[in-house]
Design a protein around this ligand. Structure first.
Ligand SMILES: C[S@@+](CC[C@H](N)C(=O)[O-])C[C@H]1O[C@@H](n2cnc3c(N)ncnc32)[C@H](O)[C@@H]1O
Length: 219
């Protein structure tokens, strides 16, 4: 029986009951197997660009006896997955730039019925900025800690609305650092990275200061 770590559990918590899932970059296929096994998804596509991870996924699916519900697919992003095959699309464990590319390379990502659950390993600020610039909305965002590392997960949908956002929003997104310790930890890591980059570019120091103010402001 598969159990998910807190990073994949957080991704799973955003998937809609009864949805058809596509897990892009599935590797071991733990997430689609867990979601089908636990009755959250009726069916799932476990997709990967590389055959090796896909065969690891096939093994997990076989061991769980879920070959009728979870299908594997060799696919670069969403290229080999058609619009009518998935409602909720998870892209987890990749860099923010690659996640953005996968979304914008897919013509049906702007379908308002599709939801994306995104877990960037790096450059979440770049991903959020590109999403906002292209009419995507962050419906919800949360953070978790796994193996002492802090991760964020975004629930995203196309709204077509142009969002007016300040320079802090790509970093802070929909997080609530005053109410949630894990959100605070995630934003502190952003501040540390900005301060490191500030050695070469003072603009990053200003940004770090603004981000600090947005967290601690009038406390
Ligand atoms: C670090 S693993 C993440 C596995 C799992 N999603 C997770 O979060 O634990 C990244 C996986 O993404 C796959 N991958 C990388 N680029 C991809 C692309 N353009 N399309 C589909 N899969 C991709 C890799 O082959 C690898 O199996």
């Amino acid at each position: 029986m598969i159990s998910l770590d807190s990073r994949l559990s957080l991704c799973a918590s955003f998937v809609r009951q009864g949805s058809r899932l596509a897990d892009i970059g599935t590797d071991h296929a733990y997430l689609p197997v867990w979601l089908c096994r636990n009755g959250v998804c009726e069916c799932a596509i476990a997709a990967d660009i590389n055959p090796e991870p896909l065969s690891r996924g096939q093994l997990t699916i076989r061991q769980a006896g879920l070959e009728d519900k979870v299908k594997t697919r060799l696919s670069d992003g969403l290229k080999n997955i058609s619009a009518d095959e998935a409602d909720d699309i998870v892209i987890a464990g990749m860099g923010g730039e690659l996640i953005a590319k996968i979304i914008f390379d897919c013509e049906y990502s702007r379908n308002k019925n599709k939801r994306f659950i995104l877990q960037p390993m790096t450059k979440s600020e770049l991903l959020i900025e590109r999403l906002c610039q292209n009419g995507f909305e962050i419906l919800s965002q949360d953070c978790c800690v796994a193996s002492n590392k802090c991760y964020t997960v975004l629930l995203v949908q196309y709204s077509g609305k142009e969002r007016v956002y300040d320079e802090i929003y790509p970093y802070a997104g929909e997080l609530k650092p005053r109410e949630n310790e894990t959100h605070l930890r995630f934003l502190k890591a952003h501040i540390e990275r900005l301060l490191k980059k500030a050695n070469g570019d003072a603009g990053f120091a200003v940004l770090a200061e603004k981000l600090k103010e947005s967290i601690y402001g009038d406390c």
